[in-house]
Design a protein around this ligand. Structure first.
Ligand code: AMP
Length: 216
C-alpha cells in the first residue's frame, strides 16, 4: 500500500502512522521526524530547518523534495510506504507525483484525518514527547509516572513548536498552504476522509477498513 496520511497538525497522523506501519509492515516516513533528527544531530540541514520549525513555518520545498526523493528510493519502500507530513504544499505534491512516476510507486490513497480546529489546539499544547518516539498527552494519555516515558523511562519534553503561540501559526500555515491539497487529491479520486475525533483505536479501525477494501 502506498499511502499519504493527510490532516492538520494534531490530527493524530503520527500516532496512526506508527500503528499502521506495524500492522501492514511498511515504513512510516515522517518528514517532521526526519527534520527533528537532523536538528538533534546538528547537521547543516537541521540547523537551517530549525529556524523555520521554531516559528511554525514550513521548511522550503526544495529541502523537503530532496529528502523525500532519497527516502522513497530506499529498499524498505518496495512493498509500500506511509507518508506523514508530506506533501504540505502544491509544489511538494507535484514533485511527489513526478518522483513516484519515475520510481513506479504511485499513490493508492490519501487518507484525510479530520479534526475540528478547536480540538487541535488542546491536543497539541498538551502533547509530550519522548526521544524514543512515544508520545503522550497531559489529559488524554498521560504516562504512569509524571514526566517519564512508560516505554523506555526517558524524560518527556514538549516540542518547541507545540507551544500555544507556535501552534496557532502552524494551524494558519496549514489552512493557507496545505489544506488546498484536499481538493487536489479529491479531483484525482485519491481522497478518503476519516473522522479523527474518536479514540485512537476507533480511528485506527476506520483506517484499516478503508485500506483493507483497497487490498481486495
Ligand atoms: P510535523 O512533525 O509534521 O508537525 O512537522 C514539524 C515541522 O517540520 C513543521 O511545522 C515544519 O516546520 C517542518 N516540516 C515537516 N514536514 C514538512 C514539509 N513537508 N514541508 C515543510 N516543512 C515541513
Amino acid at each position: 500500500m502506498n499511502i499519504v496520511l493527510f490532516g492538520p497538525p494534531g490530527a493524530g497522523k503520527g500516532t496512526q502512522a506508527k500503528e499502521l506501519a506495524k500492522h501492514y509492515n511498511i515504513p512510516h516516513i515522517s518528514t517532521g521526524d526526519i527534520l527533528r533528527a537532523n536538528v538533534r544531530e546538528g547537521t547543516t540541514l537541521g540547523m537551517k530547518a530549525k529556524e523555520y520549525m521554531d516559528k511554525g513555518e514550513l521548511v522550503p520545498d526544495e529541502v523537503l523534495i530532496g529528502i523525500i526523493r532519497d527516502r522513497l528510493q530506499m529498499p524498505d519502500c518496495n512493498n509500500g510506504y506511509i507518508l506523514d507530513g508530506y506533501p504540505r504544499t502544491l509544489p511538494q505534491a507535484e514533485a511527489l507525483e513526478t518522483i513516484l512516476e519515475e520510481i513506479g510507486k504511485l499513490l493508492d490513497v490519501v487518507l484525510n484525518i479530520e479534526v475540528p480546529d478547536a480540538e487541535l489546539i488542546g491536543r497539541l499544547s498538551g502533547r509530550r514527547m519522548c526521544s524514543c518516539g512515544e508520545s503522550y498527552h497531559l489529559m488524554f494519555n498521560h504516562p504512569l509516572k509524571e514526566g517519564t516515558c512508560d516505554a523506555c523511562g526517558g524524560k518527556l519534553y514538549q516540542r518547541d513548536d507545540d507551544r500555544e503561540e507556535v501552534v496557532r501559526q502552524r494551524l494558519e500555515v496549514y489552512a493557507a498552504k496545505t489544506k488546498p491539497l484536499i481538493d487536489y487529491y479529491d479531483k484525482k479520486g485519491l481522497l478518503v476522509n476519516i473522522d479523527g475525533t474518536g479514540a485512537v483505536e476507533d480511528v485506527f479501525r476506520q483506517i484499516c477498513n478503508v485500506l483493507d477494501s483497497y487490498r481486495k
